[in-house]
Design a binder for this molecule. Structure first.
Ligand code: ADP
Length: 457
């Protein structure tokens, strides 16, 4: 009950009831006031007309020369006829007739009296006639129907009509608000379950109004949470998986040496060292990726010459490429502006791309580095190889964590599928973009663009 009273629906109904009461009270107050005033106006008009009738009757009697004698029965008849108390005074202001004598001397105290002077043709005052409503005398024999009851009737009718309309209105608002708030209730129930860890919670799409939009936003949020949770679990599983192989290799070698099954010679120790350095690289890659993804990576962005960087990277890869019988070449383009970049981080990206290209290029193949202008005045670098290429669907996926096109081959080279993910994070953190193009069988190209500093080299 307490829960219902503090609910939005209860507040809506209470607000409606309050607005309705204020509207009814003000309409009632205005209408009954107007009805009362109208009743008084029509009463005044009627009494005026009656006064005129009494006056003409008395004028007639005076014209016939009957004077005031025997006037009392005539006035009583007039009183009955007009349903009002009729009083007549002579020229000396002496009361000479009262149609309702039995009502006593309370004659002028009601305030609702209408009177007229009786004058001769010459304009001399010869008397006064007054009419009095019988209303101030409850129980009077000739009590007339009272007009001002109209106001009370109107008020009562308004009250009942208002109560009926209010009752129906409150029921209608309660039903409608219950219906309208059903999606909100569903949302809060779903949000509670979501908070409790059930990330599969979704609400049914409702109307296109604000509540409907809230529902869509909730579903999107729940979807994002669920996918983040999925990614977190997948990441943990991947990390555990990546750690397991080198760790079990190390464990295996160390145990074999302890048990005398393998010699602790240079060759075996070198294998252990390689596994340790693979682990170290993996941990370092993960740390860098986490920093880049959370935006906490410190970057030193300056206008730098991409040309210089490409010359130095292509030269550094010479010996390694020659060992693989792969030709690494760089084609500089003139007039390319300086790039806004963190030189060290871009060098890291280039090393990864060229390393991948050299690894994937066949014996006798070629790796070509190119510098050109990119979209919107940016500086574009591409690293092309003549390797086996990448399938259409793997082109996007290669930038995902731990994704490997050919897991056995990658593991042999020590790659954990993090190199391109880190490259993407580093390039995007510097306001650039990176993507891959490929013609399977012909080779692949990894291309990135970085904002230019505007200045020519
Ligand atoms: P890794 O460190 O394991 O090489 P990367 O993130 O650098 O991981 O690469 C992801 C996947 O993309 C790898 O499986 C790799 O085989 C593939 N790949 C990267 N560069 C190329 C390329 N030049 N040609 C073909 N495949 C590539």
């Amino acid at each position: 009950m307490l829960r219902f009273l503090s609910s939005l629906q209860a507040r809506l109904v209470a607000g409606f009831a309050l607005a309705l009461s204020v509207a009814l009270l003000s309409v009632g107050w205005y209408v009954s006031g107007e009805a009362g005033r109208e009743a008084e106006r029509s009463e005044a008009l009627r009494m005026e007309a009656r006064v005129q009738r009494v006056r003409s009757a008395l004028d007639e009697r005076l014209a016939e020369g009957r004077g005031w004698s025997g006037i009392q029965p005539d006035v009583e008849r007039l009183g009955r006829l007009l349903s009002a108390r009729v009083l007549v005074w002579d020229g000396n202001e002496k009361l000479i007739a009262d149609s309702h004598k039995m009502l006593g001397p309370r004659v002028w105290d009601s305030g609702e009296n209408w009177g007229a002077q009786l004058v001769t043709e010459d304009g001399d005052a010869i008397g006064t006639v007054a009419l009095m409503s019988l209303r101030p005398f409850p129980g009077a024999e000739l009590l007339e129907p009272v007009d001002s009851d109209l106001a009370d009737h109107v008020s009562a009718a308004l009250l009942w009509a208002g109560l009926a309309a209010g009752g129906v209105g409150i029921i209608a608002v309660a039903l409608m608000s219950r219906r309208a708030l059903a999606p909100v209730r569903a949302l809060s129930a779903a949000a509670e379950k979501l908070g409790g860890g059930d990330l599969s919670q979704r609400v049914l799409p409702s109307s296109g109004d604000e509540i409907g939009r809230l529902g869509h936003a909730f579903n999107r949020m729940a979807e994002d949470l669920e996918s983040a949770e999925r990614q977190r679990k997948a990441l943990l599983a991947d990390v555990a998986h990546e750690l397991r192989t080198p760790l079990s290799n190390i464990g295996g070698y160390v145990e074999a040496m302890r048990d005398g099954l393998a010699e602790p010679n240079g060759e075996n120790l070198e294998i252990v060292r390689q596994q340790v350095s693979q682990l170290t690289r993996l941990v370092e890659d993960l740390r860098l990726l986490t920093l880049a993804e959370s935006g906490a990576l410190e970057l030193h962005v300056n206008p730098e010459s991409m040309n210089d960087l490409l010359v130095s990277v292509s030269e550094a890869f010479g010996p390694r490429a020659r060992a693989n019988a792969v030709a690494v070449s760089y084609e500089p383009a003139p007039g390319i502006p300086l790039a806004l970049m963190d030189r060290g981080r871009v060098e890291q990206v280039l090393q990864n791309l060229v390393e991948n290209a050299v690894t994937h290029a066949p014996t006798g193949g070629a790796v070509t580095l190119q510098l050109s202008m990119g979209d919107a005045g940016s500086v574009r670098v591409s690293v092309r190889d003549t390797g086996e290429g990448i399938d259409e669907e793997a082109l996007e996926a290669v930038f995902e964590r731990f994704y490997r096109v050919d897991p056995s081959r990658s593991r042999a080279t020590g790659g954990a599928g993090l190199g391109l993910t880190i490259a993407k994070q580093l390039i995007e953190a510097q306001g650039g973009r990176i993507w891959a193009e490929s013609e399977p069988g012909q080779g692949s190209a990894f291309i990135f663009e970085l904002p230019s500093a505007g200045k020519r080299e």
